[in-house]
Design a protein around this ligand. Structure first.
Ligand code: ADP
Length: 161
């Protein structure tokens, strides 16, 4: 059984994240979407809300698991017995940070590979922060996030459609 961990803030889950999970499922038996809690202070949604939304978005798929971690990602990866870390790449701007992080993670845990996946063209411009920003200003985000996230954004911002 090949397992990969897909770590991130997921504040909130977007269709870009969903696209990456679906692509990772073509390569791994199980994908664990792991909500990182280290940079939690400025998040819009609590860890529980984020985990709950991800669970609901993938409710029909038993090969997707959802959990959270605090501290070192690679300790979490080793604890789960996963063989890879999945990260998504959008534009060149993602690359430098991801490159540094992947090399650090390899140093910490040489047996787990970091695998970078690209979303489809429809999703590559999406980021959680941009979705939050435009939703807060009342823009239409229904094509950018799963239905459960859209409902949650509506509750937070009232005006978002
Ligand atoms: P983090 O704070 O760890 O960057 P995010 O939730 O913003 O957490 O992103 C998690 C991962 O998903 C990152 O690897 C990020 O590059 C990737 N990702 C997010 N949105 C997209 C997208 N639209 N296309 C491809 N990858 C994405």
């Amino acid at each position: 059984m090949k397992m990969a961990v897909y770590p991130g803030s997921f504040d909130p889950l977007t269709n870009g994240h969903v696209d990456i999970v679906e692509r990772a499922l073509n390569l791994f038996d199980t994908v664990v979407v792991s909500v990182g809690l280290n940079r939690d202070k400025n998040s819009l949604f609590t860890a529980e809300e984020r985990i709950d939304m991800i669970r609901q978005a993938f409710a029909g798929n038993p090969r997707v698991k959802v959990d959270c971690f605090r501290g070192l990602l690679m300790q979490h990866v080793q604890g789960l017995g996963a063989s890879a870390v999945i990260r998504g790449l959008r534009a060149v701007s993602d690359f430098e940070y991801e490159f540094q992080m992947a090399n650090m993670n390899r140093k910490l845990c040489p047996e787990a590979e970091t695998i970078f996946l690209m979303t489809g063209a429809d999703n590559f411009y999406l980021s959680s922060s941009l979705v939050k920003e435009v939703a807060a200003l009342g823009a239409e985000v229904k094509d950018m996030v799963p239905a459960v996230v859209l409902a949650a954004l509506n509750r937070k911002y009232g005006g978002a459609k």
